[in-house]
Design a protein around this ligand. Structure first.
Ligand SMILES: [Zn+2]
Length: 361
């Protein structure tokens, strides 16, 4: 009887405890792809992109023990029950309603749980995690499918980028009129100001300087005159960056930064581009944002936004400030530490700039 839950009864007894706390947009619907409960009490899930999850907890009653469950859109093919171990009595996969999938974790009676502290966190567009119990319980991992298959996907994606590269599509940047345009690239921070410090001590100043230098080279090859506000690790205040740009005949100003989240949350990743005002700044921001997203699969699009940063507010030409990822985010940091990814980002920023110059120039 316990195994074959009466769905209606189940629903009436349900105590709604929390919704997903994802920072991701919730759009499309689909199903659970893989799951795993690890020895440290963490449940990991892989879903299709932008799935909207609902999670619930219910205290034990006459019918069953404490239960946690997650509902996914999309209908499950084979309802099943999997025997648990340690603090987990059993795991059930079922379809509470047509077109739905439900993953239920039922706990053993004496398990001490703190559901009010639980948070279901979206790691990226496909992966989720929630810590259900402490390491003090001995538990043997139970899983179905490969939760972090996505990593493979990224690799495949990178492979395809490399393939394109050999086809010369990857390296094909749009042409612009030679010797017509002038651009100022501003690598954020520098010298005693390292900017954001991320996972493993990765420093914003180093990342953005390397990216900026590659952008300069790529644009120079296209006949664009490029000036960097700094070429090495020097202390450079904001006003001199602005006056440097304002004293040139630059058509545009692009400040390159990398992000850090408050509390250094590893689950926060994403890219965003700021402009201060004007359609030109906004267009430039849009062109760059679109391109950087293309080389950062899985990292959230935090959008094109208006921002009052000193360097974009006080420069006289169309100006943007681009944040190429979170050094504190698991997904972004892993990439930003690699030169291959920095090159890709530089390429994408250059592409956005060239597209803008072609359109507006
Ligand atoms: Zn910065």
């Amino acid at each position: 009887m316990k195994k074959f839950l009466n769905n209606k009864l189940f629903r009436y007894l349900s105590v709604f405890l929390f919704l997903n706390s994802s920072i991701l947009p919730v759009k499309s619907s689909s199903a659970l792809a893989a799951w795993s409960i690890n020895t440290n009490g963490v449940l990991e899930l892989r879903t299709k992109t932008n799935t909207n999850l609902k999670a619930y907890f219910q205290k034990a009653n006459q019918i069953s023990g404490d239960r946690f469950w997650v509902d996914f859109p999309g209908e499950l093919k084979n309802p099943r029950t999997i025997k648990g171990n340690g603090p987990i009595k059993e795991i059930r996969l079922g379809k509470p309603d047509k077109g739905k999938t439900r993953l239920v974790i039922e706990f053993e009676e004496e398990t001490y749980l703190k559901p009010l502290t639980w948070r279901l966190v979206g790691l990226d567009q496909n992966n989720w995690r929630i810590k259900l119990f402490d390491r003090k319980y001995s538990f043997k991992k139970i899983s179905e499918g490969q939760v972090f298959k996505r990593i493979k996907n990224i690799k495949e994606n990178q492979k395809s980028i490399h393939k394109n590269k050999s086809n010369y599509q990857y390296l094909k940047l749009p042409d612009v009129k030679q010797n017509k345009f002038s651009v100022v690239i501003d690598p954020g921070h520098g010298g005693p100001d390292p900017g954001a410090i991320g996972i493993g001590g990765i420093r914003e100043t180093d990342v953005v300087l390397e990216v900026s230098k590659i952008v300069k080279n790529l644009l120079s090859e296209k006949g664009v005159k490029v000036r960097l506000t700094r070429k090495n690790e020097v202390d450079l205040d904001l006003p001199p960056r602005v006056s440097f740009a304002n004293n040139t005949d630059a058509d545009i100003f692009v400040s390159i930064h990398a992000n850090a989240s408050r509390g250094k949350r590893r689950d926060i990743n994403g890219l965003e581009t700021f402009y201060y005002r004007g359609w030109r700044g906004r267009l430039l921001a849009k062109k760059i944002q679109k391109q950087i997203l293309k080389v950062s699969p899985g990292s959230p699009d935090r959008g094109v936004k208006q921002g009052r940063f000193y360097v974009i507010k006080n420069t006289r030409m169309p100006a943007v400030l681009v944040e190429i990822g979170f050094l504190t985010g698991r997904l972004d940091a892993r990439r930003l530490e690699k030169t291959t990814h920095r090159k890709r980002l530089a390429y994408s920023i250059a592409k956005g700039i060239l597209e803008y110059l072609n359109k507006v120039g």
